[in-house]
Write a protein that binds this ligand. Structure first.
Ligand code: PRP
Length: 185
């Protein structure tokens, strides 16, 4: 697909990560996970919708059996900011009792969503809950979140692509970049 014209790569100010960098980093994270969870079952919990691409590439980089399940949550916030008050739109189908859970995310911004999610999942009796996120914005964090696997730390800018959206668009860009001001101004 001609990404530049079909899904708006021209709307990017700057490309932060090309597809091969993203996939390469996810392979490294998968190798760490394989070592850390040797002999243990893993349940990957993807947080819709942004984590779809990360889940697809991370899961396929794992040379072992994993289960996958999905949650959809909605943060009560205004537009691009989250409030930390989270509503479950789609819950897991899986009983977490005794399970080793890895939450798979595209991005941790303020940390409010993940903080809430970890507390929620830990209340369901799992053996462990850890987080794997492709991106993290250290300067935007409002809540300390213990993240075991981080792909890249990025500046506090609005990023799209590889699952990340602006008004539901750009999720299908293969790269990740910052949106040009002309798109949202
Ligand atoms: C994004 C991302 C995280 C959350 C992080 O989801 O996937 O779930 O925001 O933000 P926080 O650290 O400030 O809480 P979003 O609400 O944009 O939904 P989406 O995944 O459907 O795009």
């Amino acid at each position: 697909m001609d990404q530049k014209h079909v899904v708006g790569e021209l709307d990017l100010d700057q490309t932060l990560f090309a597809e091969d960098q993203i996939v390469g980093r996810l392979r490294e994270m998968a190798a760490e996970i394989e070592t850390d969870y040797d002999g243990k079952d893993i349940l990957l919990v993807g947080v819709l919708k942004g984590a779809v691409m990360v889940m697809a590439d991370l899961a396929r980089s794992l040379n072992r059996h994993v289960e996958m399940d999905w949650m959809a949550v909605s943060s009560y916030g205004s537009g691009t900011t989250s409030s930390g008050v989270v509503r479950i739109l789609k819950d897991l189908d899986t009983d977490l009792t005794g399970r080793h859970v890895i939450i798979v995310e595209d991005i941790i911004d303020t940390g409010l969503t993940l903080s809430w999610l970890v507390t929620n999942l830990k209340s369901r009796g799992p053996a462990s809950v850890e987080i794997a996120t492709l991106l993290r914005k250290p300067d935007a964090l409002e809540m300390v979140v213990d993240v075991k696997y981080v792909g890249f730390d990025i500046p506090n800018a609005f990023v799209v692509g590889y699952g990340l959206d602006y008004n539901e668009k750009y999720r299908n860009l293969r790269c990740i970049g910052t949106l040009a001001p002309h798109v949202y101004s």
